[in-house]
Design a protein around this ligand. Structure first.
Ligand SMILES: *Cc1c(COP(=O)(O)O)cnc(C)c1O
Length: 223
């Protein structure tokens, strides 16, 4: 009997298929394995299969897990995908390679300062509140031009835009909106799509998909 595909192989195959349909190159889509809540033992099998981009949503949790894993896999690329408090900006810049949740002027200020201090400039995605749901974070669509200007003034490398569309509504219109906003502002990166909708996101231009459950299974309830 043939050995069954691993979840990682399945997700990669689905990405390749979506790229074929969208006439895009699979290399133009970065798969971020969202490992939040999962311990090192669960992450290691993916590392052994060659996965290198991982996403975490809490600075403190990532500080506990990743330094040791990184010693074994120095080419790991860590993405912060969760909301970031300004007082954690320096810790975040020290640990992460990319930040996906830049969403307000006070955070621009804190990240700019942290990057100056650590002499390390890391690419950031500006999170846009496409569904007008304040609790998820993200800057209002109307505030985006000003926030992008501030980020440039602070010498923060802006990689693109990120969104987290509302749950249980067809996400395609939100992905299309993010794609349009990125195009309007001449930005390359579009961080959009999760386990339930990454193929749709790829068809609408995603360059970074953030996939947790489809790779690791359901997460336990937070304590
Ligand atoms: C948890 C999380 C994901 C991954 O969600 P899944 O549905 O498990 O794939 C993606 N993006 C963000 C911002 C998240 O917090």
């Amino acid at each position: 009997m043939e050995k069954a595909d691993t979840p990682l192989q399945q997700v990669r195959a689905n990405i390749a298929k979506a790229c074929t349909i969208a006439r895009r190159e699979p290399d133009d889509v970065t798969l971020i394995a969202v490992s939040k809540t999962h311990p090192a033992e669960t992450i290691e099998p993916l590392l052994r299969q060659g996965q290198r981009h991982f996403g975490e949503n809490r600075v403190q949790e990532a500080q506990g897990k990743w330094p040791a894993l990184r010693e074994a896999y120095p080419d790991v690329h860590l993405h912060l995908i969760g909301q970031l408090q300004s007082n954690k900006a320096e810790d975040a810049v020290a640990l992460f390679d990319t930040i996906h949740s830049l969403d307000r002027p006070s955070l621009v200020k804190a990240l700019g300062k942290a990057m100056d201090k650590l002499d390390k400039r890391i690419p950031c995605f500006v999170q846009v509140d496409v569904g007008e749901e304040e609790q998820k974070g993200g800057c209002a669509v109307a505030d985006l031009p000003k926030l992008l200007d501030r980020a440039r003034d602070a010498d923060i490398p802006v990689a693109g835009l990120m969104c987290l569309p509302p749950f249980e509504i067809e996400p395609a219109p939100f992905f299309a909106l993010l794609d349009k906003l990125a195009r309007d502002h001449g930005l390359e990166g579009r961080s959009m799509g999760m386990s339930g909708d990454y193929e749709t996101a790829i068809k609408l231009g995603a360059t970074h998909v953030r996939v947790g459950t489809a790779l690791f299974g359901e997460r336990g309830k937070p304590a």
